[in-house]
Design a protein around this ligand. Structure first.
Ligand code: COI
Length: 357
């Protein structure tokens, strides 16, 4: 039950796994910290709030999420500052977004105070898992799934909310090659593209795999109707710096995830007086800008990906090489600045960083 302060029971592990992790060489999403948060929803309320040792969970084979895909998730990151304090980047945005996803997927909302309390307690307990190495952080994965055993197609009446955390290095270890996708679609008008719904990621795997077999790390999705307008890149939002203006696909059609890193970049660009426009970005204008030399930079943005510079873009049978990475003034500067804000070495002028005390 949620009150002024959520009552979370805590069972600590007796055998920490931390010494088994090589923090100088961590792959994304392969290691998990010692504890996890779990809550259950039934009879119209979130209850049974607990932090327990990380481990397998038991669900019914009839668990509704497994059959009808009522599952959503979030991604955030925690860092350590020079004093060894834990800093989380913009967690309130993730608390808000999980509830936007929840509404679209008929999942009960998580009260913001529960989300924040669960996150804080978990990070207090597992603070030693937040890496200090350059480029590393603690990835935080909150998620909710329908856990009611039921085969009828209807919104489930029972749910499980969990938070697990994972020390990670970079998601893409190098600048990425992407393919503009014009056959398959990620999201349609009226669909769930704006939600962080598990099914969006599952449905993207097959076309992404076809691209990966040809050497592209990711696809750049286009609109489902004409395949003429760029939307996002599945694990990232995308930005192009053309004619000294930063452009990024707008969100109003609700086919693109409203990324927290995307929003941060827009704020920073405005603060730096860099012209920025959220608009429908056509594939044609990007290709023409590459051809006539006005495209100076292109990059993806995301919590996991941070700022992933795009090295090569494939469209319609042609590979277009983009300007050399070392000449990318904007993405290099943005990447560095954001990293410093997250680690507390730049003043937090936007009030984005939450300290765990
Ligand atoms: C994130 O950036 O947090 C994501 O969710 C992308 C991906 C790891 C699924």
């Amino acid at each position: 039950m949620i009150g002024e302060t959520a009552k979370i029971s805590i069972e600590k592990t007796t055998t920490s796994k931390i010494d088994s992790v090589d923090f100088n060489n961590i792959k994304f999403g392969k290691h998990f910290s010692d504890h996890m948060f779990v809550a259950h929803y039934a009879n119209g309320q979130w209850d049974e709030l607990q932090i327990v040792p990380y481990g397998n969970i038991s669900v019914s084979p009839a668990c509704a999420a497994l059959h009808y895909g009522q599952a959503i998730f979030e991604g955030m990151k925690a860092y350590k500052n020079k004093q060894g304090e834990v800093l989380v980047f913009r967690p309130y945005e993730n608390a808000k977004r999980i509830n936007i996803s929840a509404k679209r997927m008929c999942i009960p909302e998580i009260p913001e105070d529960l989300f924040m309390e669960a996150l804080t307690r978990l990070l207090q307990l597992d603070k030693n898992w937040v890496p200090t190495q350059e480029g590393a952080s603690l990835y935080i994965r909150p998620f909710i799934f329908a856990s009611e055993p039921v085969l009828g197609v209807r919104p489930a009446e029972e749910y499980t909310f969990m938070i697990i955390t994972s020390p990670v290095g970079s998601y893409y270890g190098e600048p990425v090659n992407v393919k503009i996708e014009t056959e398959y679609s990620r999201a349609a008008d009226g669909g769930v593209g704006f939600a962080k719904a598990a099914g969006n990621y599952g449905a993207a795997l097959y076309p992404a795999k076809l691209g990966q077999l040809k050497g592209y790390h990711q696809l750049v999705w286009t609109d489902a109707i004409e395949h003429k307008y760029i939307e996002e890149s599945g694990t990232m939002n995308v930005f192009f710096h053309i004619n000294n203006k930063l452009i990024t696909p707008s969100l109003e059609r609700k086919t693109t995830l409203p990324g927290v890193t995307r929003d941060s970049i827009i704020h920073i660009a405005k603060h730096w007086n860099i012209p920025i426009e959220e608009k429908r970005v056509s594939v044609q204008e990007v290709i023409e800008a590459i051809q006539n030399g006005t495209l100076k930079d292109a990059f993806g943005s995301g919590t996991a990906a941070t700022i992933a510079q795009i090295k090569k873009i494939h469209f319609n049978g042609i590979d277009y090489e983009l300007p050399p990475i070392e000449n990318r003034e904007l993405s290099n500067k943005l990447g560095q600045y954001l990293d410093c804000v997250k680690r507390g070495t730049e003043p937090d002028i936007f009030n984005w960083v939450m300290k765990i005390v």
